[in-house]
Design a protein around this ligand. Structure first.
Ligand code: SAM
Length: 275
């Protein structure tokens, strides 16, 4: 990137473990900005050292003072300012939301440079349906609050994704086993790092595994969507009656079996009774 960067706030995703997972554009942007707002100057300092970049670093998180935010917005208004977090995509369970909102409110240009995020990587690895998902950040650490959140999410017709810590993994899985029982779960651990693993199964199987092999490192949890509920009997009758029309009982049973996943033979027997 030979051109000078325009003033504004540049949200820059950084690796979640493997330092090779940073885009060319991210490197050029970190090199080209006039300062970088970061969560922890030591963590970002190490990344910049690896990239051979020297930059002015300003510590920032969403609990920072209004004064710090005003200072950063002034920098972004006058020149290019990057925002990074310790790892992955800023604002995804990381600081930045307040700064981005205020920048937008003030007409400061905001650009987001896509890159690594553990949530997206976990979904793509897990083999659990990825067409619709809800990212729910960290589950609460207290059991009662954790279960309340899971109850609230239980009816959402989507895959769920959480961030978790290794000491809390089995407690979280116990709650998932109780509240979201029967749903497929994947534990995506140490992604992009040497001991990366993605282990899936029922919550109970995973509890057994991780009780015997206490996990280390960073974890993202993926929980499959709610299981299809068997339609109520009268719904089945209505479906069969609708399918029967002029059709034979066998055809109606096959059609309803395909739509509901219910047993074709049982549906055929019921269709014969209804006919
Ligand atoms: N902003 C980051 C992102 O885009 O993924 C997430 C930051 S959040 C403070 C940190 C949490 O993300 C960890 O506790 C863990 O749950 C998850 N995480 C980060 N890196 C990970 C990795 N390499 N493998 C698995 N989970 C990871």
């Amino acid at each position: 990137m030979d051109q000078l960067l325009a003033p504004g706030l540049y949200i820059v995703a950084t690796p979640i473990g493997n330092l090779g997972d940073i885009t060319l554009r991210a490197v050029e942007t970190l090199r080209g900005v006039s300062a970088i707002a970061c969560e922890d100057t030591r963590v970002t300092g190490k990344l910049l050292h690896h990239l051979g970049i020297k930059q002015r670093l300003v510590r920032y998180d969403d609990h920072a003072s209004e004064e710090t935010r005003e200072y950063l917005l002034r920098l972004a208004g006058e020149g290019p300012l990057a925002l990074v977090s310790d790892a992955g995509t800023p604002l995804i369970s990381d600081p930045g939301f307040k700064l981005v909102r205020m920048a937008r409110d003030r007409g400061i240009a905001v650009t987001s440079l896509p890159g690594a995020s553990a949530a997206v990587m976990a979904i793509t690895l897990s083999g659990i349906p990825s067409d619709r998902f809800l990212f729910a950040g960290f589950l609460p650490s207290k059991d009662k609050a954790r279960r309340e959140v899971l109850v609230e999410l239980a009816e959402v017709p989507a895959t769920l994704v959480f961030y978790e810590t290794s000491p809390r993994l089995t407690d979280a899985l116990e709650a998932i086993d109780d509240v979201l029982s029967g749903r497929e779960v994947a534990v995506a651990r140490e992604l992009t790092k040497k001991f990366e693993e993605c282990r899936s199964g029922s919550a109970r199987e995973l509890i057994e595994h991780y009780t015997a092999n206490p996990p280390k490192g960073e974890i993202a949890l993926v929980v499959g969507p709610p299981l299809e509920k068997a339609p109520e009997e009268h719904d089945v009758d209505a479906l069969l009656l609708a399918a029967l029309g002029d059709a034979k009982a066998s055809q109606a049973a096959a059609q309803v079996a395909k739509a509901t996943g219910l047993d074709r033979k049982a549906l055929y027997a019921r269709a014969m009774e209804l006919k």
